[in-house]
Design a binder for this molecule. Structure first.
Ligand SMILES: Nc1ncnc2c1ncn2[C@@H]1O[C@H](COP(=O)(O)OP(=O)(O)OP(=O)(O)O)[C@@H](O)[C@H]1O
Length: 256
């Protein structure tokens, strides 16, 4: 299995945020993690990014136990993440924002860049070519020189995810990508996320509250409630699962 959670348990003092959570994520899939507020979704993603270490259990990514790695090493293993709040440099251009993401990844020293060693110039050229390729793939190449602040929210989100893609991840984690979007922006983002596995060879794991989007995009879905896994399966299996229906009763969102 590409990614495997095995009996993951995490407690915050008195509260058990994750309790014996076990499931697998197949390679190349769009896999969604859903559940009512406070179910433990972000906590699980934070375990994957190694911000948190559970008290018990393991997470195997391509047969490597992630708990042997630090957050930066997890990125090197091929796990990249886009956060709920867009964290772009609003005064910089689209291209500059992506280049910053790449420089962080290459860990280019500022001094070496400033002195423009020949090796650095070559790296710089390669970096620009790679960023251009990403922008083309994302359909934002014609916006390369535009300041991010001038662009609509939906495009900013696309750039934000593009920045997570510059590290050439195998697994891309998306935390509520459609948050704050209107219906048409969310539809457009959905089409675009659906194309990511084939276009970039990534597996996508996402937390999302927009159930229309989740049901449309996901090959598989895991459902958490009060830190426990209550269902895992295809969208129709999950939608028809009585435990899932009960968990969502009284919630604003509909399992449409
Ligand atoms: N750092 C922390 N310290 C203490 N409790 C925490 C911490 N982070 C999360 N929790 C608690 O753990 C539980 C799970 O929270 P989590 O944020 O993972 O839920 P969630 O499913 O992502 O919710 P939402 O959909 O509202 O974002 C909640 O009860 C939350 O209050």
């Amino acid at each position: 299995m590409f990614l495997k959670f095995d009996q993951v348990t995490l407690r915050f003092s008195g509260l058990t945020a994750l309790s014996n959570v076990s499931f697998g994520v197949p390679e190349g899939a769009i896999f969604s993690l859903i559940g009512p507020n406070g179910a433990g979704k972000t906590t699980l993603l934070n375990c994957l990014s190694r911000f948190y270490t559970p008290q018990a259990g393991s997470i195997l990514f391509q047969d490597q136990n992630l708990f042997a790695y630090k957050p930066q090493q997890v990125i090197d293993l091929g796990i990249s993440r886009s956060f709920q709040n867009i964290e772009l440099f609003k005064g910089l251009t689209v291209e500059e924002n992506l280049l910053i993401g790449l420089h962080k990844r290459l860990q280019t020293s500022t001094l070496a860049t400033a002195l423009r060693f020949p090796s650095m110039r070559k790296k710089e050229r390669e970096a620009r070519a790679f960023v251009y390729e990403i922008m083309e793939q994302l359909g934002i190449a014609d916006l390369a020189c535009k300041s991010v602040s001038q662009l609509p929210y939906g495009i900013q989100k696309r750039i934000d995810i593009g920045r997570a893609l510059v590290s050439k991840p195998k697994l891309l984690l998306l935390d509520e990508p459609a948050a704050g979007m209107n219906e048409s922006e969310s539809m457009e983002l959905g089409d675009w996320i659906a194309a990511l596995p084939e276009r970039f060879g990534v597996t996508v794991m996402m937390i999302e509250h927009d159930m229309t989007l989740v049901m449309r995009l996901s090959q598989r879905i895991a459902v958490l409630e009060f830190g426990k896994l209550i269902a895992v399966g295809t969208p129709s299996e999950v939608q028809n699962n009585p435990a899932v229906i009960a968990a969502y009763l009284g919630e604003e969102m509909e399992l449409a």
